[in-house]
Design a protein around this ligand. Structure first.
Ligand SMILES: [Zn+2]
Length: 299
């Protein structure tokens, strides 16, 4: 049994990656505190939406953290027909996470403090898109079923990528602020990622073993600010031959909105359509839904 000793331990707003070489498994752990506050502070969402977005941001970091390269991006989009939450979007690129939700506030208020995923979305689907550093795009769409967004993401990996994956997410808001945290573990039976996976079996004995250990993680452990992410990996897998941990990207609230960004988009519209977008002052006003900033475009 060996452990790779990290020079500094990881607590919040940083990704931690780990591999279990002997089991062909890899994982990510993340705990969001300041970044979560920052994203949420751009909105004045009611508690159930705050909770949902916190979970989505953790999932974004866990799944996006599987990618390599500063241009690689992961986007998750939950959408429904006629659901109380019409749209939930979250994305990740190079450690930057952002997200927002569009919902019917009146109908939401009638659902109580802790509505189920089904109550929030009704019949919905979850689209997950990975764009690699080399601009290759993979998209999978799965029904928004199960108890949580995390469960729908597990379904994405098993159905669209045939990669057995376990995901746990926990969140809490209290006097000390908000925290959301999660663990993702997955089995790569043929070792290195990106290789053709010919022998995927959800009942592979190595995976069953890893999933049982990973499944023992408690919400309190994920959320405990005094427990490092390395300590969590170690608690779960200390009986394994080797647990290799690697601190990943520092996480930030990132948005790519800017006046230049929106001007470039608007410039693609024909002049008469641009004129229709203008206010009485001749200025085109655009709002970024991710961070609730307004931009006045003088084009
Ligand atoms: Zn923005």
């Amino acid at each position: 049994m060996t452990e790779t000793i990290a020079t500094a331990e990881t607590y919040s707003d940083t990704l931690l990656g780990f591999t279990l070489q002997g089991r062909n498994a890899r994982g990510r752990i993340v705990r969001l505190e300041g970044v979560l506050e920052e994203v949420l502070s751009a909105h004045s969402y009611p508690a159930p939406i705050t909770h949902l977005l916190g979970e989505a941001l953790v999932l974004g970091a866990l799944m996006g953290g599987l990618l390599k390269g500063e241009h690689a991006q992961m986007t998750m989009q939950a959408q429904t027909n006629g659901g109380v939450v019409r749209l939930l979007v979250c994305d990740y690129r190079a450690g930057a996470v952002r997200g927002y939700a569009d919902f019917d506030a009146e109908r939401l208020a009638k659902l109580g403090a802790n509505p189920s995923l089904a109550a929030l979305f009704g019949e919905g689907y979850l689209a997950i898109t990975f764009e690699t550093e080399g601009r290759q795009r993979y998209q999978g769409i799965v029904p928004l079923e199960g108890d949580s967004l995390a469960a729908a993401c597990e379904t994405y990996f098993s159905q669209s990528e045939q990669i057995p994956t376990l995901i746990r997410v926990a969140s809490r808001s209290g006097a000390g602020g908000r925290t959301a945290a999660g663990l993702l573990v997955q089995h790569l039976p043929d070792g290195e990622e990106g290789r053709e996976r010919l022998h995927v079996r959800m009942d592979h004995p190595d995976w069953e073993h890893v999933a049982i250990l990973a499944g023992t993680i408690g919400h309190d452990e994920l959320l405990d600010p005094a427990l490092s992410l390395e300590a969590i990996a170690w608690r779960l897998f200390h009986e394994e031959e080797e647990v290799r941990v690697q601190p990943g990207a520092a996480l930030t609230r990132g948005c790519r909105c800017s006046t230049a960004h929106y001007e470039a988009i608007i410039a693609r519209f024909p002049a008469d359509e641009q004129d229709e977008m203008r206010g009485e002052d001749g200025v085109i006003a655009v709002d970024c839904q991710f961070c609730s900033r307004s931009f006045a475009l003088a084009i």
